[in-house]
Design a protein around this ligand. Structure first.
Ligand code: TRP
Ligand code: ZN
Length: 475
């Protein structure tokens, strides 16, 4: 009942596409010079909520994106160089991409056949390349594309992908939007490093994840910003904000670079909170373990530019001046979500429950509101009891209240079970250490907590994580 693919999931035109693919692929299967029997990589990773997201048959290790953005026309011309390792002998494979025109594609430097259907871009390398695409091989794909990147409306009616802002654009990718602006393996389970080089009209700034690989260069009225993300990043956390920004670079204790980009309209109202980025990062590091990345910061747009904040890697995005609580929440995601990334979209509560609990902890320590009070309030809120946090009924629900509030209640219950704050924080830090820069599932989490505490917590999980009804508050 729970694992139904959501109604909004674009289904491929089954038979027609299948026949077309077979026609395309059949010759390749026999033409391999080395006698390789490659087979097509799967067109999706069977995510419980978004079965077509991501692709099978390979793992991306690096994205090199070279982008030219025209904010007036909201157009993008891009080259994506994708380095990947084959996890099977491949005759063809898919990337996720919606909209845009694919101008050309090569695999290992040789032209590849291109087929498109829905959000799937299928590349079939020529016979000579195919004969080398063995399992374990690293190969390079280059896709040239252009067009007006799309805004994607999610099943919960929020907008992601490419959003127009008052003075430019911003790319936001949770859960599916990265495929609006670059082709890739668009699922949180395939993390990679990134180099994003963006050219925009002089006077505008292009902000992405990671660190600047060098000073911006201007030539012929256009400026190029080169961003480097060394640590693994899930595609939903990649961002690109183009517009007028006041930027600031500082270095905090431990050498972490702090890069903030603030829309001038939001500068005054956000100055105090944005100045607290290093304080929040340091406070969270005390509770959750060392900050997992070499850079941090924030991107602050103006109100109305997007409907929500997002924990884009290294520097969270805010659609206007954030409250300190929201900064605490988005920054906590750098540990819970960005460094330790959900295995699938069903594990979303690990992101939102822990980030919400970070807010409760902040309020407890800084604002004299014990986490118990936040728990009690959440407990009384009927919205938290619509469904169990580890089992949202559909894709439209992965960002709903139970994933946040009831997710945080689960963490509070673990704290109660541990009954010692030093041990509890060591448990959180141990979790972020165990899966640093990786992926983890709900099962990984419950197994980890039981091992770390030496307790059988079956009842806690049954009641608070998976149960459909409201347990007794002290149960
Ligand atoms: N992750 C964001 C936050 O908690 C909220 C959010 C934005 C979201 N877009 C989403 C959650 C899509 C789930 C799906 O700050
Ligand atoms: Zn969140």
């Amino acid at each position: 009942m729970d694992q139904r693919p959501p109604a909004r999931t674009p289904r491929r035109a089954g038979t027609a596409v299948l026949l077309l693919s077979l026609a395309l692929l059949a010759p390749a299967c026999t033409a391999g010079t080395g006698g390789v029997e490659g087979r097509p990589g799967a067109s999706g990773l069977r995510d419980p909520y978004f079965p077509k997201l991501g692709n099978g048959g390979y793992d991306v290790t690096h994205y090199g994106l070279t982008l030219d953005v025209d904010p007036d026309g909201q157009t993008l011309r891009g080259t994506a160089e994708i380095t990947a390792r084959a996890t099977q002998d491949l005759s063809s494979f898919n990337l996720d991409l919606v909209g845009m025109t694919v101008e050309s594609a090569t695999v290992e430097g040789r032209p590849a056949a291109v087929n498109r259907a829905g959000g799937e871009l299928t590349l079939r390398p020529d016979a000579e390349v195919e004969s080398r695409l063995h399992r374990g091989r690293t190969f390079r794909t280059v896709v040239r594309y252009s067009g007006s990147p799309r805004t994607i409306t999610d099943s919960d009616d929020s907008e992601e992908g490419w959003l127009r802002t008052a003075d430019g654009s911003v790319a936001l990718g949770e859960p599916t939007g990265s495929m609006a602006w670059f082709p890739g393996n668009n699922h949180p389970s395939d993390k990679a490093s990134y180099d994003v080089s963006v050219t925009v009209p002089e006077g505008l700034t292009a902000v992405s994840n990671g660190v600047l690989a060098g000073p911006p260069r201007t030539a012929g009225g256009r400026t190029t910003f080169r961003w480097h993300t060394a640590e693994p990043m899930a595609s939903y956390l990649a961002t690109l904000a183009v517009g007028r920004f006041g930027t600031r670079t500082t270095t905090m204790a431990g050498g972490i670079k702090v890069f903030t980009a603030v829309d001038p309209e939001s500068a005054k109202a956000s100055a105090r909170t944005v100045a607290r980025v290093p304080e929040v990062v340091a406070w969270e590091a005390e509770h959750f373990g060392p900050y997992p990345f070499s850079a941090t910061g924030a991107i602050v747009e103006r109100k109305g530019d997007a409907g929500y904040a997002l924990e884009t890697q290294n520097r969270p995005f805010f659609p206007g001046p954030p409250s300190i609580g929201l900064l605490v929440h988005e920054m906590a995601h750098q540990w819970f979500g960005d460094s330790v990334t959900p295995e699938s979209w069903r594990d979303m509560w690990l992101n939102e429950g822990l980030a919400t609990y970070a807010e409760w902890l902040w309020e407890e320590e800084k604002e004299d509101t014990p986490a118990q009070d936040s728990f009690d309030e959440a407990y009384e809120d009927d919205a938290n009891w619509a469904f169990p946090p580890a089992d949202p009924p559909s894709a439209a629900d992965i960002s709903e209240q139970p994933v946040y509030g009831r997710g945080a209640m689960v963490i509070h219950k673990i704290r109660e079970a541990v009954d010692d704050d030093e041990e509890f924080f060591a448990l959180l830090a141990g979790w972020t250490k165990a899966h640093r820069h990786g992926n983890a599932s709900t099962k990984d989490f419950t197994a980890y907590v039981e091992k770390a505490t030496g307790q059988d917590l079956t009842e806690l999980w049954d009641d608070w994580l998976y149960g459909r009804s409201r347990p007794a508050a002290d149960g």
